[in-house]
Design a protein around this ligand. Structure first.
Ligand code: CP
Ligand code: NVA
Length: 320
């Protein structure tokens, strides 16, 4: 394996943390995506990037994870660093130690913290009290790492962000909130659809419309799933019941049923429309097996790009 020389120029971002996409400009997100593409390309050619030699990332998980945990841990290993997997119960955090004391203490040992938690405020409290970069690996409000990988996947498949229309079908959850902001920044038209009572926060929708005015993205909402997907290049969905809302699962199935992504709904979009899902998925609920396992589905490309997009984030925030 050779060591890369082309990857020495790390992507430059103003923010010290990766908490929400709205903290970044279009150029910064584009640079991260391009850097992720370059890392991916070089990795496929067997070129190594020891850009975080000797650095450690603490990963705090208050919710389960397959993709986020394995892609961050593998990413740190690829970059010559090390990752620590910590559940809340491995830390004194589970015993009542404050987030600020945890942030201050971890800052003495490690070079960055990735956190998956419930209230978004936990992420911001960590960031306010740590002297090292904080990365949001999913909160109740946001999943920015996933959306950076999704934008990278759109870029790979469509070679552009303009003239792309994305329809998000389902719950106005963390994925929907980060996606609409990511699309609005990059200039991707985005329509959200889902049942009444499960809309994204009005504040997020307004912010996306404001960002869309700058990028040219048309940001809209409808309760009609067929109207939402008309002319769509990408249909995106996510589980009807996110982690933390399990008590509502039965009730949600009833409300969300008309918003299932199935062959009939896919036919209402463009013929070459791609199907996206952040995973994990529930076949037979938000998506049918024929769609997620069919030719239009790119869900494992999205999963693969988590690794490369996050390596770009790690280098931007923790690299020399
Ligand atoms: N998409 C995603 O974040 O997956 P995990 O919950 O497996 O990390
Ligand atoms: N909305 C889902 C995303 C999982 C990656 C959840 O929060 O459970």
């Amino acid at each position: 394996m050779t060591i890369s020389s082309t990857c020495q120029n790390k992507p430059i971002v103003q923010a010290e943390d990766f908490l929400r996409l709205s903290d970044f400009t279009k150029k910064e997100l584009f640079d991260l995506i391009e850097y992720g593409c370059m890392l991916k390309d070089e990795q496929e050619k067997g070129i190594a990037h020891r850009l975080l030699e000797g650095k450690t990332l603490a990963m705090i998980f208050e919710k389960p994870s397959t993709r986020t945990r394995v892609s961050f841990e593998t990413g740190m290993f690829h970059l010559g660093g090390h990752a620590l997997f910590l559940t809340k119960n491995d830390l004194q955090l589970g015993n009542g130690e404050t987030i600020s004391d945890t942030a201050n203490t971890l800052s003495q040992y490690v070079d960055g913290i990735m956190v998956r938690t419930f209230e978004h405020e936990n992420v911001t409290t960590l960031a306010e009290n740590a002297s090292i970069p904080i990365i949001n690996g999913l909160s109740n409000d946001d999943h920015p790492c996933q959306v950076l990988a999704d934008l990278m996947t759109i870029y790979e498949k469509k070679r552009s962000f303009s003239n792309v229309k994305l329809a998000f079908v389902g719950d106005g959850n963390n994925m929907a909130q980060s996606l609409i902001i990511g699309c609005a920044i990059m200039g991707i038209d985005c329509t959200i659809t889902g049942p009444r009572g499960y809309e994204i926060a009005t504040e997020t929708f307004n912010k996306a419309q404001q960002l869309g005015q700058k990028s040219g993205a048309i940001i809209s909402h409808t309760y009609d799933p067929v109207e939402a997907v008309q002319g769509a290049d990408v249909i995106y969905t996510d589980v009807w019941t996110s982690m933390g809302w399990e008590d509502e699962a039965k009730n949600r199935v009833r409300h969300f049923k008309p918003y299932q992504v199935n062959e009939d709904l896919m036919k209402e979009a463009k013929e070459d429309c791609l199907f996206f899902h952040c995973l994990p998925a529930k076949r037979g609920e938000e998506v049918t097996a024929d769609v997620i396992d069919g030719d239009q589905s790119v869900v494992f490309n999205q999963a693969a790009n988590r690794l490369h997009a996050q390596k770009a984030i790690l280098v931007a925030l923790m690299g020399e």
